[in-house]
Design a protein around this ligand. Structure first.
Ligand SMILES: NC(=O)c1ccc[n+]([C@@H]2O[C@H](COP(=O)([O-])OP(=O)(O)OC[C@H]3O[C@@H](n4cnc5c(N)ncnc54)[C@H](O)[C@@H]3O)[C@@H](O)[C@H]2O)c1
Length: 324
């Protein structure tokens, strides 16, 4: 059986979902909705799907089995509750919602409607990350003692949609958007949950009102401390997570390479080629819908990531350590 899919939002990431959907036989894209008629009509012509400008009308008319929600963050809650109430299973893009209160509203609607919600924490499907998780779980590098995650990217590039730089629409800047990937990597790869944070952010961006950098110290429930250092100001790009153990280290350059030290200098670890992450993500979604077995990126897990971002902003505002 193949599930009929409607895309709610037809922006940058929606294209990646459509490409992946075209490669699976468990799903069939039937329609997409976007306020921008030009965008949605282009995708409609390319993928042979019905175009809409009103996603609510699309859901009512098409009655899809699955809605893939790729809207700006401030619309995640409204769209997810609407789709749940119309009986759609969902792949909701990360971060789950702006706040924990919104996550809880989504969770209530999902449970009331007996639909399944899967949040698009794509880090779980990236080859280097998966290999790193295997190596961490094998335990041959000894005790994990710390995790340091660093991300530098020019966040203010001209082609970034404006809503990403508005706190009310995006929830925050680089720490909310890309920080959710870093928090996810730290929690998932080390099988832990962040329990407390101390964060210092900066606001020197040329546009918008979101933070442009942040340094975060985090405690986890396994006792292993972690840091996140992110900067969205111009500079050399970097996306690395380093795991320090008692007998060596692991360095994951997500999407690029994986390095191991078993006491000496780093050497590269071969990573087997795999299916593209968005296809693997849809395979997991199909299996969740089929079996109901809780996925790695279900409600509670996705909520835990938003809990950490909420604590990061609270910590910066109060200039103090905050429990998650
Ligand atoms: N998993 C990943 O690696 C990854 C990567 C990029 C983005 N994302 C996430 O995907 C989501 C979307 O990001 P994006 O980069 O595609 O943003 P985008 O701005 O390119 O796309 C959002 C689209 O929503 C449309 N839209 C806004 N309001 C609407 C409404 N009321 N009804 C219908 N359409 C509406 C906009 O016109 C736009 O085309 C965000 O949650 C983002 O964090 C995830």
């Amino acid at each position: 059986m193949s599930y009929r899919v409607a895309l709610v939002g037809a922006g940058g990431i929606a294209v990646r979902h459509l490409e992946a959907l075209a490669k699976t036989d468990r799903f069939r894209s039937v329609s997409a909705a976007d306020l921008d008629r030009g965008k949605v009509e282009k995708l409609s012509a390319q993928y042979g799907i019905a175009p809409y400008t009103d996603y609510k009308e699309m859901i009512e008319r098409e009655k899809p089995d699955v809605a893939v929600i790729t809207l700006p963050h401030f619309l995640h809650k409204e769209a997810a509750v609407f789709c749940a109430e119309r009986g759609c299973h969902m792949l909701l893009e990360k971060p789950m919602a702006l706040t924990l209160a919104e996550c809880d509203e989504i969770a209530d609607a999902v449970k009331r409607s007996s639909v399944r919600l899967f949040v698009g924490h794509t880090q779980h499907y990236i080859a280097e990350n998966r290999k790193a998780k295997q190596l961490i779980e094998q335990g041959e590098l000894g005790e994990l003692v710390m995790i340091n995650d660093t991300r530098h990217i020019h966040y203010y590039r001209e082609d970034r949609p404006g809503w990403f730089l508005e706190k009310a629409k995006a929830g925050g800047g680089i720490l909310f958007n890309l920080g959710s990937h870093s928090i996810d990597k730290i929690q998932w790869l080390s099988s832990s949950r962040v329990t407390g944070v101390k964060a210092v952010l900066s606001h020197f961006g040329p546009r918008g009102d979101v933070e442009g950098s942040g340094l975060v110290f985090m405690d986890t429930d396994t006792g292993v401390p972690a840091t996140i250092a992110q900067s969205g100001y111009p500079g050399a790009s970097k996306n690395e997570t380093e795991f320090v153990f008692t007998k060596g280290m692991l360095r994951v350059a997500t999407g690029q390479s994986l390095w191991i030290s078993d006491g000496g200098e780093y050497r590269k670890v071969p990573v087997d080629p795999q299916e593209v992450p968005f296809v693997l993500q849809f395979e997991d979604l199909a299996s969740y819908i089929d079996t109901g077995t809780e996925p790695e990126c279900g409600l509670d897990y996705a909520r835990s990531v938003v809990a950490v971002t909420e604590a990061i902003y609270r910590s910066h505002e109060r200039q103090s350590y905050c429990n998650v």
